[in-house]
Design a protein around this ligand. Structure first.
Ligand code: ACM
Length: 632
């Protein structure tokens, strides 16, 4: 029997080792126990509560199993045995305080799995854990397993924060309803519960607003361009047709809202104002100061960037805060958004708002004088306060990027801290609720592997750095931290598979930082668990970055101008090999022991990580000229 079991473990390859687990995010408490549960056609699902949401989640689980060739029967089993096993699901008669609304307990024995929670959200999360305890092949639609082993365990689990978000930008590139649902599916699997939907920006307005039809007739469409964003993409030509884009009808939005709610996810819609509004102004130029006809930007050059967040907009993309028509526009948008999205928050953006057009406009200046507004920061604050009043008049709460703090925050608003943690710290110290999503740890549009093998973008964020995310800074009262989220901007992400690649595994680092207690986080364990998720993504035919399996290259120049290279492996037992003379393959070339000098010349460094003689990731090829550029 023992041999049979070991063979099964090898064949199924689902659990790294008995006594360990590969669950992401790591549960609060996991204990391995003797035995295992063989999930097969002799298994029943016994939902003991009549709660319709719990029944729905149980139905989703049954459907997942059916994909894998297991037709689970929904019925009670009085005396579970090897020939009649059961998964029992129920709500606690007396709520267990520490579990809250999203926690659960799970016990896996030989003949019975028991999943308990205080509320349906906990049951949903518990099912996601069972899913991760099943072999990776359960993620594949092509090879129904018909049987799945779950190792014996006892789990108690609940989230650290109530806001566990992912932001998805559908403006810079348009993603279909099917894409958005698929993105939501994946995040639900890993216990995210907020989908921040960045619906508008300079590159497209994506939500139907019936009282403002031109927003989608005009604002949802641009000329088709790819390549470096805001840099070398050609501007629209005179008379060129706007063929790229799309938007979601209100029926589609309602469908996605329900789809998300069915997966324990609340959607926070964002319309980014008063900046980032070129698509609005293409539709309604009268809402700007210049009132000049313009186009939806395809990602061609629109600004000069001066570093340290300073920039100048070459094309106007700001609403005119001195014009009453703008507030009528905001009112119409918020009225329809509030009716579409049942969640409590609406995100108004508020970031990177260029003030130059306001400073140069006589009517704006008169307005400021009349209203005793001393500078354009205060003017932006005036705008935010007006928007907050509109949003709260629709029964919603306002949240915005940390720029909404400038010039004084609207009472009742919450802040999303993106320019590092400092905006969040400042807000929390004022008693304002904060979501932490700093560039430092949570910008998953940045490159994650070596520049030589990644799509070029202006900044980097490794998985290791993302894993250092701690949402509650020292000296901040944790009660003001709602949670955290990672943000996927899509300037250079034109399709869903690349969106997955950029999101995962760094979103694992985010979710573990906002779900698991800080004391449970552990980098070595995390990397092992990330690796076992790779096979789940492979089975599901979805991309995930494996850059963590590749060497980390650091370069320095010494006093004589010589280039020195250090190579590091992020994985245990990773051995790095390299050559500096263009020879390949690098396996069995030089094994990396310590920092080495690279002689000048028109050659490349080649390097790759191996484990047990097998390459673990891509080979990096970095020409000498690039090494020189990287040297500090
Ligand atoms: C932002 O990244 N501009 C919020």
């Amino acid at each position: 029997m023992k041999k049979f079991i070991l063979n099964l473990i090898c064949a199924f390859g689902s659990v790294a080792a008995i006594g360990q687990h590969s669950i992401i995010p790591a549960p609060v408490n996991y204990q391995s126990t003797e035995g295992m549960f063989m999930l097969d056609n002799q298994t029943s699902l016994d939902v003991k509560t009549g709660n319709p949401e719990v029944k729905k989640y149980a139905g989703q689980f049954a459907a997942l199993l059916e994909n894998s060739g297991i037709k689970i029967q929904q019925k009670a089993v009085a005396n579970p045995s090897q020939s009649e096993k059961v998964i029992v699901v129920n709500l606690n008669a007396k709520p267990v305080a520490e579990l809250g609304n999203e926690g659960y307990t799970l016990e896996v024995g030989d003949t019975k799995i028991e999943l308990m929670a205080n509320a349906p959200g906990g049951i949903f999360n518990g099912f996601q854990t069972i899913r991760q305890l099943l072999p990776a092949q359960f993620e594949s639609k092509d090879y129904p397993m018909g049987i799945g082993m779950v190792m014996g365990c006892k789990i108690k689990d609940y989230p650290r924060f109530g806001w566990r978000g992912l932001m998805f930008d559908v403006s810079r590139h348009f993603f279909s309803v099917e894409d958005v649902k698929a993105y939501i599916d994946k995040m639900a699997q890993y216990k995210f519960n907020v989908f921040h939907w960045h619906l508008t920006d300079d590159e497209g307005w994506r939500v139907e607003i019936k009282s403002l039809p031109k927003l989608t007739e005009v604002g949802a469409w641009r000329v088709e361009r790819y390549g470096r964003f805001g840099d070398t993409r050609p501007s629209p030509k005179e008379g060129e047709k706007t063929t790229y884009g799309g938007f979601y009808t209100q029926d589609q939005i309602k469908d996605v809202v329900k789809y998300a709610a069915d997966r324990n996810i609340t959607i926070v819609p964002e319309v980014d104002i008063p900046g980032h509004s070129m698509a609005v102004l293409a539709a309604y130029p009268e809402l700007s100061t210049l009132k000049k006809p313009t186009t939806v930007n395809p990602g061609s050059k629109f600004a000069e960037w001066y570093g340290d967040g300073k920039f100048e907009m070459l094309i106007e993309n700001t609403l005119n805060p001195a014009d009453e028509k703008v507030y009528q526009f905001v009112d119409k948008v918020m009225t329809e958004l509030a009716a579409l999205f049942p969640g409590q928050y609406i995100h108004m953006g508020g970031d990177e708002c260029y003030h130059g057009y306001w400073e140069r406009d006589a009517t704006v200046q008169d307005f400021m004088k009349k209203n005793k507004i001393k500078d354009t920061h205060e003017l932006q604050s005036y705008f935010v306060k007006r928007v907050e009043k509109i949003v709260s008049s629709k029964g919603k709460k306002l949240i915005g990027w940390d720029e909404i703090l400038e010039g004084g925050l609207a009472p009742g608003a919450a802040v999303m801290s993106w320019r590092g943690m400092k905006g969040g710290i400042e807000a929390a110290k004022m008693g304002v609720p904060v979501v932490m999503s700093p560039t430092t740890y949570a910008y998953i549009d940045y490159t994650q592997g070596d520049k030589s093998v990644e799509n070029p973008i202006y900044a980097e964020l490794s998985l290791r750095k993302a894993y250092e995310f701690e949402p509650v800074p020292a000296d901040v009262d944790p009660k003001y931290i709602l949670g955290g989220q990672a943000n996927l901007w899509t300037e250079v992400i034109p399709n869903l598979q690349f969106a997955y690649y950029m999101t995962y595994p760094r979103a694992f680092a985010t979710i573990e930082s906002v779900w698991s207690p800080a004391s449970v986080k552990n980098w070595e364990s995390f990397v092992n668990r990330v690796e076992s998720q790779f096979s789940r993504f492979d089975a599901a035919k979805t991309n995930i970055s494996k850059a963590v399996l590749e060497p980390v290259v650091s370069v320095r120049k010494d006093a004589e101008g010589k280039i020195w290279v250090k190579l590091q492996s992020e994985i245990a037992n990773g051995e790095i090999y390299y050559s500096i003379d263009n020879t390949y393959p690098v396996n069995y070339a030089k094994k990396y022991e310590s920092e080495f000098w690279v002689p000048e010349g028109n050659l490349s460094l080649r390097t790759q990580t191996f484990r047990n003689g097998q390459p673990t990731g891509r080979e990096l090829i970095i020409p000498f000229a690039d090494l020189t550029k990287r040297a500090k």
